[in-house]
Design a protein around this ligand. Structure first.
Ligand SMILES: Nc1ncnc2c1ncn2[C@@H]1O[C@H](COP(=O)(O)OP(=O)(O)OP(=O)(O)O)[C@@H](O)[C@H]1O
Ligand SMILES: [Mg+2]
Length: 611
């Protein structure tokens, strides 16, 4: 066996080099950090590098099933294969590169190859084996990397000739390989596993490989053609075809109406506004989303609900389903930007990507076309004429909502005295003079929540940087709904509302059943009044809106009381918390009843008139 654990210890200078004692454990441990479909990326990447090494970098990569194997062994089912027309490997080369961790034909570095990719991402997902068939200089060879069912060790399977690699004839050479190229066949975890089937984690099962590769690659190198079979169910299925996979750049070019680049401090943000109608066949993520871009690959892509949340942090609070943002971090002088070993995440000097900083910078320098999109969609969202009457009513209880105008923020322009009372603090700009008086302005040190914390006795005062809480005034409320395009199903589905602290805006979900049920109920009661529905809808929304505004104002009032951290306060206006705030309905229903009586006539009057 070429298991390095069994090699005699290697002495480098005066040092006995450390070695791996338990390779199988280490391989499986590293594999756990890989994303489920990472093996597609790793095998594609190896194929790309193989193609780039020969014929001036021109060649083809195909994700298909291994036709020859199926014809020879139909009982085993269809086996997924990645086939490339790259430089290929000889038998001994395969033994060296594939059967050793951290072994690579390419320069190993933190920005280049790790020598691990395929081994850690693919081998543990196909323990029955990965078969490599490779042709170099016209000669074919094979190896079978597997997890030995008897010993449980990963390694190369011995062939009947006693060797760990075997020369093979051209009879089993797959298309489109000619003189050189490699095919890697995934046997799966069982003898008869159909590895063409999408694994459970895959999106769009009928074209899972296309979809994964498009979401992972921004573009493929010039000259490298990538194709994947899709709509696959069986050999005789006439729908299946090989489709060209191009990556996101090409799709975005065809499906966006505007695009641009915004320079950020240590990165550049590439953005696109999608056309109203896009190609959403499932081959690409076709809604708004975000990702990091590094070496033409996309990392940390957020789609669906997390994508909406991230886009809203970028300031795209409306129209987020039409905006794509990729941030490409720039390499710093110390070369601190690298992918983690599993290549699922990017790290800058060992730290996760600074998304929060990028979002803040982007928000402050929002490209005009995106601002216009946001305004356009926001204008379509139902806004409320009732804001004024709510404000009037809340005046009566204003003193119950004393709150600080400032909140702690590391990059804040202001400095506030550390005041642990509920009243807010005096705020100073650059330590000189008051920039505005907080609602209370008490400087007395309270005792809130510090009992037992000896360190807090040493808390500095007057040094907390803060930023002004956006708008001292009541939050704006926008009613969003799927009908008018101001909400997508990814966002707020079956939730009442979301508060966007940065823009002091509440997005209330007009489709939420607590609101629609109450409207429907009153519509039934006022069935006799023609066109009562818009009146009822607006009254119901007004009272729920007041409830939401109060919940947010009340939460803001608890800020800096010493008992609530910023994260805990945020939970008070989370989607879930705002949903709870509108669940009690008795009092709201009473107010709605009175308001409708005034506008549409009371139901008692109606009973009296029909009696
Ligand atoms: N399709 C292929 N064509 C040619 N050589 C290949 C192919 N697949 C693998 N190899 C060889 O096997 C080596 C090991 O591949 P592996 O993916 O494990 O590590 P790597 O590509 O070197 O590094 P990384 O960790 O960045 O993927 C490669 O460096 C390459 O020399
Ligand atoms: Mg690799």
């Amino acid at each position: 066996m070429t298991n390095p654990a069994l090699k005699p210890p290697k002495i480098v200078g005066e040092t006995l080099e450390m070695k791996v004692a338990n390779m199988t454990f280490m391989l499986e441990r590293l594999a756990q950090d890989c994303a489920p479909l990472q093996f597609i990326r790793e095998l594609t990447e190896n194929a790309i590098q193989g193609v780039q090494a020969v014929d001036g970098g021109r060649g083809e990569i195909r994700w298909d099933f291994d036709r020859v194997r199926y014809e020879l062994e139909p009982k085993e089912g269809y086996k997924l294969a990645v086939i490339d027309t790259g430089i290929g490997m000889t038998g001994p080369e395969m033994v060296e590169y594939i059967n050793q961790l951290s072994s690579s034909m390419h320069a190993q570095s933190k920005h280049g190859n790790f020598g691990m990719g395929a081994k850690i991402a693919a081998a543990p997902r196909s323990t029955h084996g990965l078969v490599y068939l490779s042709w170099k200089n016209g000669q074919g060879s094979m190896i079978h990397l597997w997890k030995d069912p008897t010993s449980g060790a990963y390694g190369l399977r011995r062939h009947p000739n006693g060797e760990f690699w075997l020369q093979i004839t051209d009879d089993i050479k797959p298309d489109p390989i000619k003189g050189h190229g490699t095919a890697v066949i995934m046997l799966g975890n069982n003898y008869d596993e159909n590895t063409m089937n999408a694994p459970p984690e895959a999106q769009i099962p009928s074209r899972w490989i296309t979809r994964y590769l498009n979401g992972r690659y921004f573009r493929f190198p010039e000259g490298v053609t990538v194709k994947a079979r899709e709509n696959w169910s069986a050999l005789d299925d006439s729908h299946n075809m090989l489709r060209k996979v191009t990556g996101m750049e090409d799709w975005l070019k065809k499906n966006s109406s505007e695009s641009g680049v915004l320079k950020l401090k240590d990165a550049k943000a590439l953005w696109w506004i999608l056309k109203d109608k896009v190609d959403d066949s499932g081959s690409h993520p076709a809604n708004g989303h975000c990702a990091a871009l590094y070496d033409d690959e996309l990392y940390e892509m957020t789609v669906g609900h997390p994508g909406v949340i991230r886009l809203q942090s970028f300031g795209v609070i409306f129209g987020y389903n039409k905006v794509v943002i990729y941030v490409a971090p720039t390499q710093n002088e110390s070369g601190g930007l690298t992918a983690n070993t599993a290549r699922t995440q990017l790290l800058v000097s060992g730290q996760p990507l600074p998304w929060a900083e990028w979002c803040a910078e982007f928000r402050e320098n929002m490209p005009d076309p995106i601002s216009r999109l946001i305004d356009r969609v926001a204008a379509g969202a139902g806004s409320t004429e009732s804001a004024a009457s709510i404000r009037e009513r809340l005046k009566q209880i204003r003193d119950l909502f004393k709150f600080s105008r400032y909140r702690p923020a590391s990059s804040g322009k202001f400095v506030v005295e550390d005041d642990f009372t509920n009243a807010g603090g005096m705020a100073r700009r650059d330590g000189a003079g008051a920039a505005g008086s907080g609602a209370g302005g008490s400087s007395q040190r309270g005792n809130g929540g510090r009992a037992g914390d000896i360190y807090s006795l040493f808390a500095g005062t007057g040094t907390t940087p803060a930023e002004e809480v956006a708008g001292l005034f009541d939050p704006q409320v926008k009613w969003v709904s799927v009908k008018d395009g101001s909400r997508t199903r990814d966002f707020l589905e079956d939730r009442a509302a979301k508060y966007l602290a940065l823009s002091n805006t509440i997005q209330a979900n007009a489709d939420f059943r607590v609101f629609t049920d109450m409207t429907a109920r009153w519509c039934r009661q006022y069935g006799h009044v023609p066109s009562a529905e818009p009146v009822i809808e607006s009254v119901v929304r007004e009272w729920f809106q007041q409830q939401l505004v109060e919940a947010v104002l009340g939460a803001l009032a608890l800020r800096r009381s010493g008992n609530w951290s910023e994260q805990e306060i945020e939970q008070l206006w989370s989607e879930e918390a705002l949903t709870s705030a509108v669940l009690p309905r008795y009092h709201i229903d009473e107010r709605v009843k009175r308001a409708l009586g005034g506008k549409l006539g009371t139901l008692k009057d109606r009973e009296a008139s029909t009696a």
